[in-house]
Design a protein around this ligand. Sequence first.
Ligand SMILES: *[C@@H]1O[C@H](CO)[C@@H](O)[C@H](O)[C@H]1NC(C)=O
Ligand SMILES: *[C@@H]1O[C@H](CO)[C@@H](O)[C@H](O)[C@H]1NC(C)=O
Ligand SMILES: *[C@@H]1O[C@H](CO)[C@@H](O)[C@H](O)[C@H]1NC(C)=O
Ligand SMILES: [Zn+2]
Ligand SMILES: [Zn+2]
Length: 469
Amino acid sequence: MEPLARSPLFRNLPPLLLLLLPLAGSGGRTVAARGSFWHITDLHWDPSYTVTDNPGLVCASTGTRPAPNAGRFGHYHCDSPWDLIDSSINAMKVILPEPDFIIWTGDDTPHVPNEQLGEEAVLSIVGNLTRLLQLAFPKTKVYSALGNHDYHPKSQMPPGQSTMYEQMAQLWQDWLEPESQRTFQSGGYYSEQLLNKTGYRVLVLNTNLYYDQNKLTENVADPAGQFEWMDNILTRAAQKNEKAYIVGHVPPGFFEKKRSKPWFRPDFNRRYLELVQKHHAVIYGQFFGHHHTDSFRMFYDLQGNPISTIFITPGVTPWKTTLPGVEDGANNPGIRVFNYDPSTLLVEDSVTYYLNLTYANAMRERWEKEYRLCEAFQVPDASPSSMHAVLERLAGTGCDLQKYYEFNSVSYDLSACDADCRVDHICAIREVDFERYEQCLLREGTAATPLAFIPLLIPTALTIYCAAL
Ligand SMILES: *[C@@H]1O[C@H](CO)[C@@H](O)[C@H](O)[C@H]1NC(C)=O
Ligand SMILES: *[C@@H]1O[C@H](CO)[C@@H](O)[C@H](O)[C@H]1NC(C)=O
Ligand SMILES: *[C@@H]1O[C@H](CO)[C@@H](O)[C@H](O)[C@H]1NC(C)=O
Ligand SMILES: [Zn+2]
Ligand SMILES: [Zn+2]
Protein backbone atom coordinates (compact mmCIF):
# COMPACT_ATOMS: atom_id res chain seq x y z
CA MET A 1 0.00 0.00 0.00
CA GLU A 2 1.38 3.37 -1.00
CA PRO A 3 0.59 5.80 1.83
CA LEU A 4 -0.79 9.02 0.48
CA ALA A 5 1.33 10.87 3.00
CA ARG A 6 4.41 10.21 0.87
CA SER A 7 3.08 12.25 -1.98
CA PRO A 8 4.45 15.81 -1.67
CA LEU A 9 1.06 17.27 -2.56
CA PHE A 10 -0.44 16.00 0.68
CA ARG A 11 2.54 16.47 2.94
CA ASN A 12 1.18 19.52 4.70
CA LEU A 13 -2.25 18.17 5.55
CA PRO A 14 -2.93 17.00 9.09
CA PRO A 15 -2.55 13.20 9.10
CA LEU A 16 -6.17 12.38 9.80
CA LEU A 17 -7.37 14.55 6.97
CA LEU A 18 -5.50 12.34 4.52
CA LEU A 19 -8.14 9.75 5.15
CA LEU A 20 -10.75 11.79 3.40
CA LEU A 21 -8.87 11.59 0.16
CA PRO A 22 -9.55 7.94 -0.66
CA LEU A 23 -13.24 8.59 -0.04
CA ALA A 24 -13.37 11.23 -2.72
CA GLY A 25 -12.72 8.86 -5.62
CA SER A 26 -14.74 5.82 -4.75
CA GLY A 27 -15.30 4.30 -8.16
CA GLY A 28 -18.24 4.38 -10.54
CA ARG A 29 -21.10 4.31 -8.05
CA THR A 30 -23.25 7.29 -7.17
CA VAL A 31 -22.07 7.96 -3.65
CA ALA A 32 -25.02 10.17 -2.76
CA ALA A 33 -27.58 7.39 -3.09
CA ARG A 34 -25.81 5.19 -0.59
CA GLY A 35 -26.36 4.81 3.06
CA SER A 36 -23.44 4.08 5.32
CA PHE A 37 -22.83 2.97 8.86
CA TRP A 38 -19.89 2.16 11.10
CA HIS A 39 -19.21 -1.22 12.59
CA ILE A 40 -16.71 -1.28 15.47
CA THR A 41 -15.98 -4.15 17.81
CA ASP A 42 -13.69 -5.62 20.47
CA LEU A 43 -12.23 -2.40 21.83
CA HIS A 44 -10.93 -4.26 24.93
CA TRP A 45 -9.71 -1.23 26.83
CA ASP A 46 -6.91 -2.02 29.27
CA PRO A 47 -6.85 0.85 31.80
CA SER A 48 -3.59 -0.51 33.26
CA TYR A 49 -1.61 0.15 30.06
CA THR A 50 1.45 2.29 30.77
CA VAL A 51 4.39 3.06 28.52
CA THR A 52 7.42 1.98 30.50
CA ASP A 53 10.88 0.54 29.87
CA ASN A 54 10.10 -2.50 31.99
CA PRO A 55 8.52 -4.96 29.51
CA GLY A 56 6.94 -6.87 32.38
CA LEU A 57 4.94 -3.90 33.66
CA VAL A 58 3.29 -2.46 30.55
CA CYS A 59 -0.19 -3.94 30.86
CA ALA A 60 -2.19 -6.47 32.84
CA SER A 61 -3.62 -8.07 29.68
CA THR A 62 -0.21 -9.32 28.56
CA GLY A 63 -0.35 -12.08 31.19
CA THR A 64 3.18 -13.38 31.54
CA ARG A 65 4.36 -12.27 28.12
CA PRO A 66 6.86 -9.41 28.08
CA ALA A 67 5.89 -6.31 26.09
CA PRO A 68 9.17 -4.74 24.96
CA ASN A 69 9.24 -1.35 23.21
CA ALA A 70 5.63 -0.58 24.06
CA GLY A 71 4.43 2.63 22.44
CA ARG A 72 1.74 5.19 22.97
CA PHE A 73 -0.85 3.40 20.79
CA GLY A 74 -0.36 -0.05 22.23
CA HIS A 75 1.49 -3.31 21.94
CA TYR A 76 0.58 -6.53 20.14
CA HIS A 77 0.72 -8.40 23.47
CA CYS A 78 -1.65 -5.97 25.17
CA ASP A 79 -5.22 -4.80 24.94
CA SER A 80 -5.94 -1.21 23.89
CA PRO A 81 -4.56 1.78 25.78
CA TRP A 82 -6.93 4.74 26.06
CA ASP A 83 -4.95 6.58 23.37
CA LEU A 84 -5.74 3.84 20.86
CA ILE A 85 -9.44 3.85 21.72
CA ASP A 86 -9.54 7.63 21.48
CA SER A 87 -7.64 7.52 18.19
CA SER A 88 -10.12 5.00 16.73
CA ILE A 89 -13.15 7.08 17.65
CA ASN A 90 -11.46 10.21 16.29
CA ALA A 91 -10.68 8.43 13.03
CA MET A 92 -14.35 7.49 12.76
CA LYS A 93 -15.30 11.13 13.15
CA VAL A 94 -12.85 12.26 10.49
CA ILE A 95 -13.61 9.52 7.97
CA LEU A 96 -17.40 9.43 8.27
CA PRO A 97 -18.72 11.98 10.78
CA GLU A 98 -22.39 11.42 9.94
CA PRO A 99 -23.10 7.72 9.58
CA ASP A 100 -26.75 6.66 9.45
CA PHE A 101 -26.08 4.60 12.57
CA ILE A 102 -23.31 2.71 14.38
CA ILE A 103 -23.10 -1.00 15.15
CA TRP A 104 -20.96 -1.75 18.22
CA THR A 105 -20.54 -5.44 18.95
CA GLY A 106 -18.94 -5.43 22.38
CA ASP A 107 -15.98 -6.84 24.32
CA ASP A 108 -14.84 -3.70 26.12
CA THR A 109 -12.80 -5.03 29.05
CA PRO A 110 -9.21 -6.34 29.12
CA HIS A 111 -8.20 -10.01 28.89
CA VAL A 112 -7.34 -10.40 32.57
CA PRO A 113 -8.45 -12.96 35.19
CA ASN A 114 -11.89 -12.37 36.72
CA GLU A 115 -10.21 -11.59 40.06
CA GLN A 116 -8.75 -8.41 38.54
CA LEU A 117 -12.18 -7.14 37.50
CA GLY A 118 -15.62 -7.23 39.10
CA GLU A 119 -19.12 -5.98 38.30
CA GLU A 120 -18.22 -2.40 39.09
CA ALA A 121 -15.01 -2.41 37.04
CA VAL A 122 -16.78 -3.92 34.03
CA LEU A 123 -19.60 -1.37 34.23
CA SER A 124 -17.12 1.47 34.65
CA ILE A 125 -15.21 0.41 31.53
CA VAL A 126 -18.33 -0.08 29.42
CA GLY A 127 -19.71 3.19 30.78
CA ASN A 128 -16.63 5.20 29.85
CA LEU A 129 -16.50 3.81 26.33
CA THR A 130 -20.22 4.49 25.96
CA ARG A 131 -19.63 8.10 27.02
CA LEU A 132 -16.74 8.51 24.60
CA LEU A 133 -18.87 7.27 21.70
CA GLN A 134 -21.80 9.47 22.74
CA LEU A 135 -19.57 12.54 22.92
CA ALA A 136 -18.20 11.85 19.46
CA PHE A 137 -21.57 10.97 17.91
CA PRO A 138 -24.21 12.71 20.06
CA LYS A 139 -27.00 12.45 17.49
CA THR A 140 -26.24 9.01 16.09
CA LYS A 141 -28.22 5.90 16.93
CA VAL A 142 -25.96 3.13 18.22
CA TYR A 143 -26.96 -0.54 18.15
CA SER A 144 -24.91 -2.06 20.93
CA ALA A 145 -24.49 -5.77 21.57
CA LEU A 146 -23.00 -7.38 24.67
CA GLY A 147 -19.69 -9.18 24.25
CA ASN A 148 -18.69 -12.12 26.40
CA HIS A 149 -16.21 -9.80 28.17
CA ASP A 150 -18.93 -7.31 29.11
CA TYR A 151 -20.04 -9.32 32.09
CA HIS A 152 -18.70 -10.47 35.44
CA PRO A 153 -17.65 -13.20 35.66
CA LYS A 154 -16.75 -13.07 31.95
CA SER A 155 -18.90 -15.12 29.56
CA GLN A 156 -21.33 -16.15 32.34
CA MET A 157 -24.43 -14.44 30.97
CA PRO A 158 -27.49 -15.73 32.81
CA PRO A 159 -30.46 -17.01 30.78
CA GLY A 160 -32.81 -14.54 32.45
CA GLN A 161 -33.14 -11.25 34.28
CA SER A 162 -29.99 -9.92 36.00
CA THR A 163 -28.81 -6.72 37.65
CA MET A 164 -25.92 -6.44 35.23
CA TYR A 165 -28.30 -6.53 32.24
CA GLU A 166 -30.34 -3.85 34.04
CA GLN A 167 -27.33 -1.64 34.65
CA MET A 168 -26.09 -2.08 31.12
CA ALA A 169 -29.56 -1.10 29.83
CA GLN A 170 -29.23 1.97 32.04
CA LEU A 171 -25.86 2.90 30.48
CA TRP A 172 -27.35 2.51 27.00
CA GLN A 173 -30.75 4.06 27.76
CA ASP A 174 -30.31 6.80 25.14
CA TRP A 175 -29.92 4.11 22.49
CA LEU A 176 -32.76 1.82 23.60
CA GLU A 177 -36.48 2.21 23.10
CA PRO A 178 -38.71 1.29 26.09
CA GLU A 179 -39.53 -2.21 24.77
CA SER A 180 -35.81 -2.78 24.08
CA GLN A 181 -35.02 -1.82 27.69
CA ARG A 182 -37.45 -4.46 28.82
CA THR A 183 -36.12 -7.39 26.77
CA PHE A 184 -32.55 -6.27 27.44
CA GLN A 185 -33.09 -6.44 31.20
CA SER A 186 -34.40 -9.97 30.93
CA GLY A 187 -31.92 -11.44 28.46
CA GLY A 188 -29.47 -8.89 27.02
CA TYR A 189 -31.12 -8.70 23.58
CA TYR A 190 -33.58 -6.46 21.75
CA SER A 191 -35.19 -5.60 18.44
CA GLU A 192 -36.37 -2.28 17.03
CA GLN A 193 -37.37 -0.76 13.76
CA LEU A 194 -34.08 0.24 12.13
CA LEU A 195 -33.84 4.02 12.64
CA ASN A 196 -37.52 3.92 13.61
CA LYS A 197 -38.49 3.44 9.96
CA THR A 198 -41.47 1.34 8.96
CA GLY A 199 -40.40 -1.71 6.97
CA TYR A 200 -36.89 -1.97 8.46
CA ARG A 201 -35.73 -3.85 11.52
CA VAL A 202 -32.65 -4.67 13.54
CA LEU A 203 -32.20 -7.56 15.96
CA VAL A 204 -29.41 -7.17 18.51
CA LEU A 205 -28.73 -10.61 19.95
CA ASN A 206 -27.03 -11.87 23.08
CA THR A 207 -25.30 -14.88 21.51
CA ASN A 208 -23.04 -15.12 24.57
CA LEU A 209 -25.88 -17.31 25.83
CA TYR A 210 -24.80 -19.90 23.24
CA TYR A 211 -21.04 -19.69 23.99
CA ASP A 212 -19.65 -23.03 25.16
CA GLN A 213 -17.75 -21.23 27.95
CA ASN A 214 -21.05 -20.17 29.50
CA LYS A 215 -21.80 -22.65 32.29
CA LEU A 216 -25.17 -21.07 33.09
CA THR A 217 -26.77 -22.09 29.80
CA GLU A 218 -25.26 -25.54 29.40
CA ASN A 219 -28.46 -27.47 29.97
CA VAL A 220 -30.96 -24.83 28.94
CA ALA A 221 -32.92 -25.58 25.77
CA ASP A 222 -33.60 -21.97 24.78
CA PRO A 223 -31.65 -19.58 27.05
CA ALA A 224 -33.65 -16.45 27.90
CA GLY A 225 -36.18 -17.60 25.30
CA GLN A 226 -34.10 -15.83 22.70
CA PHE A 227 -34.57 -18.38 19.89
CA GLU A 228 -38.34 -18.39 20.26
CA TRP A 229 -38.34 -14.59 20.43
CA MET A 230 -36.14 -14.36 17.31
CA ASP A 231 -38.35 -16.83 15.45
CA ASN A 232 -41.42 -14.73 16.37
CA ILE A 233 -39.81 -11.40 15.49
CA LEU A 234 -38.65 -12.70 12.11
CA THR A 235 -41.99 -14.37 11.38
CA ARG A 236 -43.78 -11.10 12.08
CA ALA A 237 -41.15 -9.23 10.08
CA ALA A 238 -41.97 -11.42 7.07
CA GLN A 239 -45.69 -10.77 7.53
CA LYS A 240 -45.08 -7.04 7.71
CA ASN A 241 -42.74 -7.12 4.71
CA GLU A 242 -39.83 -5.90 6.79
CA LYS A 243 -36.13 -6.23 5.98
CA ALA A 244 -33.81 -6.92 8.90
CA TYR A 245 -30.18 -6.80 10.02
CA ILE A 246 -28.87 -9.10 12.74
CA VAL A 247 -26.19 -7.88 15.13
CA GLY A 248 -24.29 -9.94 17.68
CA HIS A 249 -20.92 -10.63 19.28
CA VAL A 250 -20.02 -14.35 19.29
CA PRO A 251 -20.81 -15.76 15.83
CA PRO A 252 -21.92 -19.32 15.05
CA GLY A 253 -19.60 -21.58 13.08
CA PHE A 254 -15.85 -22.04 13.42
CA PHE A 255 -12.79 -19.92 14.13
CA GLU A 256 -10.76 -19.70 10.92
CA LYS A 257 -7.43 -19.54 12.73
CA LYS A 258 -7.81 -22.80 14.62
CA ARG A 259 -9.05 -26.01 13.06
CA SER A 260 -12.31 -27.46 14.43
CA LYS A 261 -12.74 -24.65 16.96
CA PRO A 262 -16.40 -23.57 17.21
CA TRP A 263 -17.79 -21.13 19.81
CA PHE A 264 -21.45 -22.23 20.13
CA ARG A 265 -22.60 -25.45 21.78
CA PRO A 266 -23.72 -27.92 19.05
CA ASP A 267 -27.48 -27.62 19.62
CA PHE A 268 -27.34 -23.83 19.70
CA ASN A 269 -25.31 -23.77 16.51
CA ARG A 270 -27.86 -25.99 14.74
CA ARG A 271 -30.79 -23.93 15.99
CA TYR A 272 -29.21 -20.68 14.84
CA LEU A 273 -28.48 -22.08 11.38
CA GLU A 274 -32.05 -23.38 11.06
CA LEU A 275 -33.47 -19.97 11.98
CA VAL A 276 -31.37 -18.26 9.31
CA GLN A 277 -32.44 -20.87 6.74
CA LYS A 278 -36.08 -20.39 7.71
CA HIS A 279 -36.03 -16.59 7.70
CA HIS A 280 -33.29 -15.67 5.24
CA ALA A 281 -35.77 -13.82 3.01
CA VAL A 282 -36.03 -11.01 5.57
CA ILE A 283 -32.38 -11.06 6.77
CA TYR A 284 -30.26 -8.70 4.69
CA GLY A 285 -27.05 -8.84 6.67
CA GLN A 286 -25.50 -10.20 9.86
CA PHE A 287 -22.76 -8.32 11.69
CA PHE A 288 -20.57 -9.93 14.34
CA GLY A 289 -17.23 -9.54 16.16
CA HIS A 290 -15.40 -11.66 18.77
CA HIS A 291 -12.76 -13.04 16.38
CA HIS A 292 -10.72 -9.80 16.27
CA THR A 293 -9.98 -10.92 12.70
CA ASP A 294 -11.56 -9.96 9.38
CA SER A 295 -13.56 -12.78 7.80
CA PHE A 296 -17.09 -13.79 6.78
CA ARG A 297 -19.44 -16.77 7.01
CA MET A 298 -21.76 -18.12 4.33
CA PHE A 299 -25.22 -19.66 4.75
CA TYR A 300 -26.84 -21.81 2.03
CA ASP A 301 -30.31 -23.24 1.52
CA LEU A 302 -30.82 -26.99 1.08
CA GLN A 303 -30.27 -26.63 -2.68
CA GLY A 304 -26.90 -24.97 -2.05
CA ASN A 305 -27.92 -21.43 -3.00
CA PRO A 306 -26.20 -18.67 -1.00
CA ILE A 307 -28.84 -17.07 1.25
CA SER A 308 -27.06 -15.03 3.92
CA THR A 309 -23.66 -13.76 5.10
CA ILE A 310 -22.16 -12.93 8.47
CA PHE A 311 -19.62 -10.12 8.19
CA ILE A 312 -16.98 -10.46 10.89
CA THR A 313 -15.40 -7.06 11.49
CA PRO A 314 -11.87 -6.93 12.93
CA GLY A 315 -11.22 -5.65 16.45
CA VAL A 316 -9.68 -2.43 17.67
CA THR A 317 -7.51 -4.27 20.19
CA PRO A 318 -4.28 -5.65 18.71
CA TRP A 319 -4.03 -8.28 21.50
CA LYS A 320 -2.33 -11.49 20.39
CA THR A 321 -4.63 -14.33 21.36
CA THR A 322 -3.41 -16.89 23.87
CA LEU A 323 -5.75 -19.57 22.46
CA PRO A 324 -3.57 -22.71 22.24
CA GLY A 325 -2.91 -23.75 18.66
CA VAL A 326 -3.13 -20.28 17.16
CA GLU A 327 0.19 -19.09 15.85
CA ASP A 328 0.86 -15.37 16.15
CA GLY A 329 -2.79 -14.37 16.43
CA ALA A 330 -2.37 -10.61 16.74
CA ASN A 331 -3.84 -7.97 14.45
CA ASN A 332 -3.63 -4.30 13.66
CA PRO A 333 -6.48 -2.16 15.00
CA GLY A 334 -9.33 -2.01 12.46
CA ILE A 335 -12.63 -0.16 12.00
CA ARG A 336 -15.14 -0.54 9.17
CA VAL A 337 -17.70 1.41 7.18
CA PHE A 338 -20.48 -0.50 5.44
CA ASN A 339 -22.21 1.00 2.44
CA TYR A 340 -25.79 -0.12 2.01
CA ASP A 341 -28.90 0.80 0.12
CA PRO A 342 -31.28 2.37 2.66
CA SER A 343 -34.34 1.36 0.63
CA THR A 344 -33.49 -2.34 0.25
CA LEU A 345 -30.87 -2.89 3.04
CA LEU A 346 -28.69 -4.57 0.43
CA VAL A 347 -25.12 -4.47 1.75
CA GLU A 348 -23.29 -2.85 -1.13
CA ASP A 349 -19.70 -2.66 0.02
CA SER A 350 -17.40 -2.24 2.99
CA VAL A 351 -14.27 -0.22 3.56
CA THR A 352 -11.89 -1.28 6.30
CA TYR A 353 -9.52 1.28 7.84
CA TYR A 354 -6.60 0.42 10.03
CA LEU A 355 -3.79 1.77 12.14
CA ASN A 356 -0.41 0.18 11.46
CA LEU A 357 0.49 -0.08 15.14
CA THR A 358 4.22 -0.43 14.53
CA TYR A 359 4.23 2.65 12.34
CA ALA A 360 1.97 4.64 14.69
CA ASN A 361 4.21 4.00 17.68
CA ALA A 362 7.41 4.74 15.77
CA MET A 363 6.24 7.72 13.72
CA ARG A 364 2.77 9.13 14.16
CA GLU A 365 -0.94 8.31 14.28
CA ARG A 366 -2.03 7.40 10.76
CA TRP A 367 -5.30 5.64 9.92
CA GLU A 368 -5.26 4.28 6.39
CA LYS A 369 -7.78 2.70 4.11
CA GLU A 370 -6.88 -0.99 4.06
CA TYR A 371 -9.27 -2.11 1.33
CA ARG A 372 -12.65 -1.74 -0.25
CA LEU A 373 -14.39 -5.10 -0.57
CA CYS A 374 -15.82 -4.76 -4.09
CA GLU A 375 -12.59 -3.35 -5.45
CA ALA A 376 -10.33 -5.93 -3.80
CA PHE A 377 -12.39 -8.96 -4.81
CA GLN A 378 -14.04 -7.74 -7.99
CA VAL A 379 -17.68 -8.16 -7.02
CA PRO A 380 -20.60 -5.78 -7.74
CA ASP A 381 -21.88 -5.71 -4.13
CA ALA A 382 -21.78 -7.67 -0.85
CA SER A 383 -24.97 -9.69 -1.38
CA PRO A 384 -24.91 -13.39 -0.45
CA SER A 385 -24.33 -14.38 -4.08
CA SER A 386 -21.46 -11.90 -4.40
CA MET A 387 -19.93 -13.08 -1.14
CA HIS A 388 -20.25 -16.64 -2.45
CA ALA A 389 -18.32 -15.47 -5.52
CA VAL A 390 -15.65 -14.02 -3.21
CA LEU A 391 -15.40 -17.39 -1.46
CA GLU A 392 -15.03 -19.16 -4.81
CA ARG A 393 -12.20 -16.77 -5.68
CA LEU A 394 -10.46 -17.52 -2.37
CA ALA A 395 -10.82 -21.24 -3.03
CA GLY A 396 -9.43 -20.83 -6.54
CA THR A 397 -5.84 -20.74 -7.68
CA GLY A 398 -5.24 -17.00 -7.93
CA CYS A 399 -3.77 -14.60 -5.40
CA ASP A 400 -7.13 -13.78 -3.76
CA LEU A 401 -6.62 -16.17 -0.85
CA GLN A 402 -3.31 -14.53 0.03
CA LYS A 403 -4.89 -11.09 -0.23
CA TYR A 404 -7.78 -12.18 2.04
CA TYR A 405 -5.29 -13.76 4.45
CA GLU A 406 -3.39 -10.51 4.89
CA PHE A 407 -6.66 -8.63 5.49
CA ASN A 408 -7.66 -11.36 7.98
CA SER A 409 -5.12 -10.03 10.51
CA VAL A 410 -5.59 -6.42 9.35
CA SER A 411 -2.27 -6.47 7.51
CA TYR A 412 -0.35 -7.68 10.57
CA ASP A 413 0.59 -11.20 9.42
CA LEU A 414 1.90 -10.99 5.86
CA SER A 415 3.26 -14.53 5.77
CA ALA A 416 2.12 -17.04 3.14
CA CYS A 417 -1.19 -18.84 3.69
CA ASP A 418 -0.14 -22.46 3.09
CA ALA A 419 -2.28 -25.52 2.28
CA ASP A 420 -3.43 -26.10 5.88
CA CYS A 421 -4.22 -22.42 6.29
CA ARG A 422 -6.24 -22.54 3.07
CA VAL A 423 -8.39 -25.42 4.33
CA ASP A 424 -8.97 -23.77 7.72
CA HIS A 425 -10.16 -20.52 6.18
CA ILE A 426 -12.16 -21.92 3.26
CA CYS A 427 -14.06 -24.46 5.39
CA ALA A 428 -14.75 -21.96 8.21
CA ILE A 429 -16.19 -19.48 5.69
CA ARG A 430 -18.18 -22.10 3.74
CA GLU A 431 -19.72 -24.20 6.52
CA VAL A 432 -21.35 -22.95 9.70
CA ASP A 433 -22.79 -26.41 10.35
CA PHE A 434 -20.58 -28.68 12.49
CA GLU A 435 -20.87 -31.87 10.42
CA ARG A 436 -20.60 -30.15 7.08
CA TYR A 437 -17.50 -28.31 8.31
CA GLU A 438 -15.80 -31.60 9.17
CA GLN A 439 -16.79 -32.98 5.74
CA CYS A 440 -15.31 -29.88 4.16
CA LEU A 441 -12.01 -30.48 5.97
CA LEU A 442 -11.90 -33.98 4.51
CA ARG A 443 -12.88 -32.82 1.04
CA GLU A 444 -10.52 -29.85 0.87
CA GLY A 445 -7.98 -31.45 3.16
CA THR A 446 -4.43 -32.29 2.66
CA ALA A 447 -4.71 -35.90 3.90
CA ALA A 448 -0.96 -36.22 3.87
CA THR A 449 -0.46 -39.23 1.63
CA PRO A 450 2.66 -39.04 -0.56
CA LEU A 451 0.55 -38.92 -3.75
CA ALA A 452 -1.69 -36.13 -2.52
CA PHE A 453 1.43 -34.10 -1.96
CA ILE A 454 2.28 -33.73 -5.65
CA PRO A 455 -0.62 -31.53 -6.81
CA LEU A 456 -0.04 -29.46 -3.67
CA LEU A 457 3.33 -28.31 -4.91
CA ILE A 458 1.75 -25.96 -7.39
CA PRO A 459 -0.55 -24.10 -4.99
CA THR A 460 2.30 -23.90 -2.48
CA ALA A 461 4.58 -22.26 -4.99
CA LEU A 462 1.72 -19.95 -5.93
CA THR A 463 1.23 -18.98 -2.31
CA ILE A 464 4.85 -18.00 -1.93
CA TYR A 465 4.67 -16.07 -5.19
CA CYS A 466 1.52 -14.21 -4.06
CA ALA A 467 2.96 -13.38 -0.65
CA ALA A 468 6.02 -11.91 -2.34
CA LEU A 469 3.97 -9.52 -4.49
C1 LIG B 1 -14.30 6.22 33.99
O1 LIG B 1 -14.45 7.61 34.10
C2 LIG B 1 -14.62 8.08 35.41
C3 LIG B 1 -14.93 9.55 35.35
O2 LIG B 1 -14.00 10.20 34.54
C4 LIG B 1 -13.39 7.75 36.24
O3 LIG B 1 -13.55 8.17 37.56
C5 LIG B 1 -13.17 6.23 36.20
O4 LIG B 1 -11.99 5.91 36.88
C6 LIG B 1 -13.10 5.74 34.77
N1 LIG B 1 -13.06 4.28 34.77
C7 LIG B 1 -11.94 3.58 34.59
C8 LIG B 1 -12.06 2.11 34.57
O5 LIG B 1 -10.87 4.12 34.45
C1 LIG C 1 -40.74 6.50 16.19
O1 LIG C 1 -41.76 6.88 15.30
C2 LIG C 1 -43.04 7.00 15.94
C3 LIG C 1 -44.12 7.22 14.89
O2 LIG C 1 -43.60 7.83 13.74
C4 LIG C 1 -42.98 8.12 16.97
O3 LIG C 1 -44.21 8.27 17.60
C5 LIG C 1 -41.91 7.78 17.99
O4 LIG C 1 -41.74 8.83 18.91
C6 LIG C 1 -40.57 7.50 17.30
N1 LIG C 1 -39.64 7.00 18.28
C7 LIG C 1 -38.40 7.46 18.39
C8 LIG C 1 -37.57 6.85 19.44
O5 LIG C 1 -37.97 8.36 17.69
C1 LIG D 1 3.71 -1.16 9.14
O1 LIG D 1 4.71 -0.28 9.52
C2 LIG D 1 5.98 -0.90 9.62
C3 LIG D 1 6.94 0.16 10.20
O2 LIG D 1 6.91 1.33 9.42
C4 LIG D 1 6.40 -1.41 8.25
O3 LIG D 1 7.65 -2.07 8.36
C5 LIG D 1 5.35 -2.37 7.75
O4 LIG D 1 5.64 -2.79 6.44
C6 LIG D 1 3.98 -1.71 7.76
N1 LIG D 1 2.96 -2.68 7.37
C7 LIG D 1 2.14 -2.51 6.35
C8 LIG D 1 1.14 -3.57 6.09
O5 LIG D 1 2.20 -1.54 5.63
ZN1 LIG E 1 -12.86 -9.81 21.97
ZN1 LIG F 1 -15.57 -12.01 22.56
